[in-house]
Ligand binder design. Sequence first.
Ligand code: TYM
Length: 333
Amino acid sequence: MGVKKIFSGVQPTGNLHLGNYIGAIKNFVDLQNQNNECIFCVVDLHAVTVKQDPKILKQNVRETAATFLACGIDPKKSIIFNQSSVSAHSEVSWLLSCVARMGWLNRMTQFKEKAGKDKEKASVGLYIYPVLMAADILLYDATHVPVGEDQKQHLELARDISKKFNTDFNAPDFFKIPEPLIQKNFARIMSLKDGNKKMSKSDPSELSRINLTDSDLEIINKIKKAKTDTGSFPTSVNNLKSRPEIENLIGIYLSLSGNKIDHLFSEFKDKNFSFFKEKLSDIIVKKISPISKEIKRLNQDPSYIDQVLEDGSQKAYELSSRKIKDIKKKFGF
Ligand code: TYM
């Protein structure tokens, strides 16, 4: 297959975790290393859909960029930038919000979850957040968008907006119809404390997630305390039914080790969960420890991070200015 145009984004809201890594960032690195054209964005405009402390936000933008670099995204191969530095994102978001339909947005489950019971008090930005996401993607003619499973519905909306725009303006190929790249397995990493809840930055319990900045000891401790059940170690896929916590730990093990599930069943045959947890901690520490050290090293060098973001923003600005001119022409501006 030819070169893909990749776009994806991560919110700078602190505490990037193993779910972000396995569901998204690990795949960004693979796609980059397969020589695709990649743009990875720190989506700070998305972050302000809920209240942020400006000083902490600035720090989190840097830390998210540092995480991209520490995980293996190479600014010589990929564009890394922050969304607010390229004004076309906000502008196109407005234009596309005149194409998207209320009914489509009303169906977005993430808005319902995030707004909670009191949705009258949610920001308008939180409601139209998926339109900004569509703008991010369509502005760069991205063909493929690597995301975790929780973003699937937003990607479908981006596709619908793209198709409607092309039809409304009688411009069949004007916007690409972006393909989601969601892993078949383990595209949703769950909380270590509740296998029915997504691993999330906003979970108040630190024990629910492995942060990419955790120390080896913290990782070992969190895995020790991760919820399991009173059953014995599974010996087949059938044994995983209705055991979401076990399925999740096994998913993390498989995605980081690259092993096949049958191999795992024979490796841990007749073993108990504490033995499995020791091996799981080893694998996580091996993966995360170098990333965590590199994030901490890069955090000491903010001017380098700022330079990477500035160079990336310049490139993103150049790419987006061409497209936004054409978009405005379509509207008659
Ligand atoms: P965000 O910042 O919530 O998450 C960043 C990426 O991490 C994935 N992810 C997970 N994957 C597996 N298991 C989990 N527990 C888990 N938690 C998070 C997310 O699916 C995502 O891929 N709206 C987006 C950011 C965005 C974007 C875009 C993405 C803005 N514009 C354009 C793609 C294209 C978000 O809030 O992701």
